[in-house]
Design a protein around this ligand. Structure first.
Ligand SMILES: [Zn+2]
Length: 107
């Protein structure tokens, strides 16, 4: 399932959907930008604010998958202070929540 192109409006709507259905306790800044080769996204927390970066890609499904992946990191880091492990089992639960928020028909 992939789409060749998508609009900034669709991207903004996806971010709004996650903000409503998977709220974070801190401010979150999401940027869709050019990233170094091999890096599709990342999530960081600095001074109480989450910063999510997603590689600028033409494929909407891939972009949204990266967005939900990084959003789930922020959800987990909101609940657990331990950031030593990137993808513990409970990360999967958070990612599932984010995925279902954007792809409800696939839930
Ligand atoms: Zn990850």
């Amino acid at each position: 399932m992939s789409t060749p192109r998508f609009s900034q409006r669709e991207w903004n709507a996806a971010v709004r959907t996650l903000t409503v259905l998977c709220p974070l306790p801190s401010r979150v800044v999401v940027r869709r930008i050019k990233l170094p080769e091999g890096l599709y996204g990342d999530c960081d927390k600095r001074r109480g604010c989450f910063y999510i970066r997603v590689r600028r890609m033409v494929d909407m499904h891939h972009s949204f998958m990266v967005l939900t992946h990084e959003w789930a990191h922020a959800m987990v880091w909101s609940l657990y202070k331990d950031r030593d492990r990137d993808h513990p089992a409970y990360y999967g639960v958070a990612w599932s929540e984010a995925y279902q928020a954007l792809f409800p028909s696939n839930a």
